[in-house]
Write a protein that binds this ligand. Sequence first.
Ligand SMILES: [Zn+2]
Length: 386
Amino acid sequence: MSANLPSFFQLYQRLISIPSVSCLDPSWDTSNKPVIDQLAEWLESLGFSVEVKALLTSPGKYNLLARYQPHNERQGGLLLSGHTDTVPWDEGRWQFDPFKLTEKDNRWYGLGSADMKGFFAFVIEALKSVDINALKKPLTILATADEETTMAGARELNAFTAFKPDFAVIGEPTSMAPIKMHKGHLTNAVKVIGKSGHSSNPAAGVNAIDIIHEVIGELKTLRQHLQQRYQQPSFEVPYPTMNFGHIHGGDAANRICACCELHIDLRPLPGMDLAEFSGLIQQQLGGIQQRYPGAIEIIDMHPPIPGFACPDQSPWLQLAEALSGETAAAVNYCTEAPFVQQLGCDTIVMGPGSIAQAHQPNEFITLAEIDPAQQQIRELIRRVCE
Ligand SMILES: [Zn+2]
């Protein structure tokens, strides 16, 4: 619609050229504000009304919501959602400038070309050929921050009022095939505090390694129970998993170990309530807690991410399958989908680029996938909003 928007390549190039790394290491972490400002400018020129919110939990980071609301219809319609941040880049392993969109061998290389700043270029390009004044249902674009670290942006969607689309697509790179579910993710530290003493007299202390041995026994019992009790055959590993990934404790063979810590990775199935899931762990360790009051502490090492599933009978999922010609699948990575779904909309993950390139040096998107992806995104908009 707007004559002033740059070409598709220029849109893409501009987004790739603005650094927006999110990283728990502050020396890498960058504000995403310049990307948000650029998107705001383009979307406003297309006729969207744009709201930008500073995140409360992550200083210097911003979410953007751009709405087109025909007849002031505030609710419903389609949400196209993506994250504006990228992971850091591996300096020695990139053959290209990560911040310059480089065309070579029928590919566009650049950091975020697949995961997933490029998605916004696709959306804006699609909108150039859609008469948004003719849309009958609201069309909303969401751009979040910090997906690659804490998902802080997706956790603060309630900052936007009257935000309830009917259908949502998260444009993570799936080669435009619909994704209908993924597991959740929790990382817990189980910390055991005992009491040190000389090794020659076991009664002089409380051995934290002895206690953690009991903890591991109980957790293995729980793991078995979870595997038998909960099943979702769409996943390659069809049950919730629990991995013991790291343990450290003690300082010398001749001292009673006073402190031992175990880190576990937990992947609940979609639909499992996270509080309930944590409750199962507490309950399983209840007997040990009673014998050693106050000795065991369980800490979330990052904010938990729930699982996500879009029901097979959802008309949205069926439309995505029909347009892509692909059966919706389950994946083993996490996205912002569970948080977006909490808005009350049917949600799928589907976007251009391959997940195989995400978080890799020389990240790229192939030229061959551009036109079909463009068409599919345009068709989604038309089918929901026209
Ligand atoms: Zn991503």
